[in-house]
Design a protein around this ligand. Structure first.
Ligand code: SAH
Ligand code: SF4
Ligand code: F3S
Length: 455
């Protein structure tokens, strides 16, 4: 008898952790007779995996759900749910606010998804948004078709309570996965052809395994005891970025990528204090110097908030000068957005939106030019590129097929090549630079040329 599949469509917002959570949902649902579809119109089940880091993505949940209401009129059996951080933030209130929603669940309840769907057969509405503070992810790493590069969760939750941030309230308390599970997971992924993993956590440096291993020890163990070619990690918190970690990064540089995302949030010590970031401008800059000394040529990236409550013109100038001094190759900058439950939302000296927007625009304009200038250092350099996929867009109309991959500094490099290169690390000479995307041509050293000729 032919098996009947149901169709599921997941719409994902937010950080890489949410992207990975959607993958966990798809994996679980596939085991329960669902298959992924590309369009919501084809679905029997639609999940919005939401983000509440700023007000804007929360609005998107409401507007997107509105679109799906129409589909429900055509297909009475359609089930619509909201997962992720808005699900956790609003819990069952969301079922009242959006009456045609069938279920709500939080990031800690992904494993319950099959049970929630079963319950929906009997009940009209289900809300599953209870924290499981004591448990790390109790499913092993779940990826359906991992490809060349994939994510691996190492921690969940966050205990830092930066005063602007909702994450500790939506993702709960910090928990680390055991070191031995991570080694097993990554060895398993290597056996499936994965060459690069990105270790995920809200603050990876606070990793703390049950065996006592910290983040530096985890990186060292993964570099020594697994065959993974490249390791990335995000996000790092400056307060925990120390000499021990930098020494490990320098020692295993061939595996641990030359790209560090170290969100500063502000260049003003006073604003940092009010954000509860627990480092000063000077301490942050000292850490940047320590990193640059140990890993020359490292590519640095950051997050910055403009218009945090009480931010004066002088405070903002401090952010501008810090950005100039560090020289970030990548920057994610945002206008401050007050969030429920957070301390800063109750601060009295909220900055006028117009002022915040002006500051953000100034910062982004400055950074755009700086990023173009900094990228020029790669011109004519030969980079090691791990090929991830065919580059369909730039192949269009080109004489030869093109592929794309990443350099260890997280630059996307596009060059002529075919499918057989996917998963290989090859040398590419950079011919054109922009802040993130580079064009290049493949180059061969004499030994490789010999091999190419004989193969
Ligand atoms: N765990 C990471 C960041 C998580 S959120 C860290 O500690 O850096 C990603 C980014 O969103 C943050 O770095 C911050 O710059 C931004 N962000 C968080 N809350 C915000 C808010 N209320 N308004 C504007 N930006 C915010
Ligand atoms: Fe939010 Fe701060 Fe935790 Fe990052 S470290 S997730 S900004 S509370
Ligand atoms: Fe958004 Fe939640 Fe990630 S609030 S940024 S999806 S942790």
């Amino acid at each position: 008898m032919q098996q009947e599949f149901k169709n599921v469509y997941i719409s994902t917002y937010g950080c890489q952790m949410n992207v990975n959570d959607s993958e966990r949902m798809y994996s679980l649902l596939e085991m329960n007779n669902y298959q992924e579809v590309e369009k919501p119109e084809q679905a029997d089940l639609i999940i919005i995996n939401s983000c509440s880091i700023r007000e804007k993505p929360v609005h998107k949940v409401h507007s997107e759900a509105g679109l799906y209401q129409k589909l429900k009129k055509k297909n009475k059996a359609l089930r619509i749910g909201v997962g992720g951080c808005v699900g956790q933030q609003e819990k069952k209130n969301l079922l009242k606010d959006i009456p045609y929603l069938d279920f709500v669940f939080g990031p800690d309840n992904i494993d319950d998804l099959p049970r929630i769907l079963e319950e929906l057969d009997e009940k009209k509405k289900v809300a599953g948004a209870k924290f499981k503070h004591q448990e790390p992810y109790h499913i092993s790493n779940m990826v359906r078709n991992p490809g060349v590069a994939t994510f691996v969760n190492i921690t969940k939750g966050c205990d830092n309570f930066c005063t602007f941030c909702i994450v500790p309230f939506t993702r709960g308390r910090l928990r680390s996965r055991p070191l031995k599970d991570l080694v097993a997971d990554i060895n398993g992924l290597v056996a499936r052809g994965v060459k690069e993993v990105t270790l995920l956590g809200q603050n990876v440096n606070s990793y703390d395994s049950d065996c006592g291993a910290n983040f530096a020890k985890l990186l060292q163990t993964l570099a020594e005891d697994t065959q993974i070619q490249r390791i990335r990690y995000t996000t790092s918190h400056p307060k925990d970025f120390n000499q021990e970690l930098v020494d490990v990064l320098a020692k295993y540089r061939t595996k641990l990528c030359d790209y560090i995302h170290l969100p500063v949030q502000s260049g003003s010590t006073e604003v940092l204090r009010r954000m509860n970031r627990v480092y000063t401008r000077e301490e942050y800059l000292d850490k940047i110097r320590m990193i640059k000394e140990a890993i020359p040529g490292v590519s640095l990236s950051t997050d910055i908030i403009c218009g945090f409550p009480g931010e004066s013109d002088k405070d903002f100038e401090d952010t501008m000068t810090l950005a100039e001094e560090v020289g970030y190759e990548t920057m994610y900058a945002f206008m401050y957005s007050p969030r429920p439950f957070t301390k800063a939302a109750r601060y009295e000296d909220q900055v006028d939106e117009k002022v915040s927007r002006e500051r953000l625009n100034r910062l982004l304009t400055f950074h755009k030019q700086q990023a173009f200038d900094l990228a020029k250092r790669y011109q004519d350099q030969v980079l090691e590129v791990l090929v991830e996929s065919l580059d369909k867009r730039s192949s269009k109309g080109a004489d030869a097929p093109r592929v794309m991959g990443r350099s260890t500094q997280n630059k996307l490099v596009h060059f002529d090549g075919d499918e057989s290169l996917i998963g290989q690390t090859v040398k590419v000479k950079i011919t054109e630079t922009a802040p993130i995307n580079f064009n290049g041509v493949r180059v061969f050293d004499s030994k490789e040329l010999q091999q190419e000729k004989t193969s």
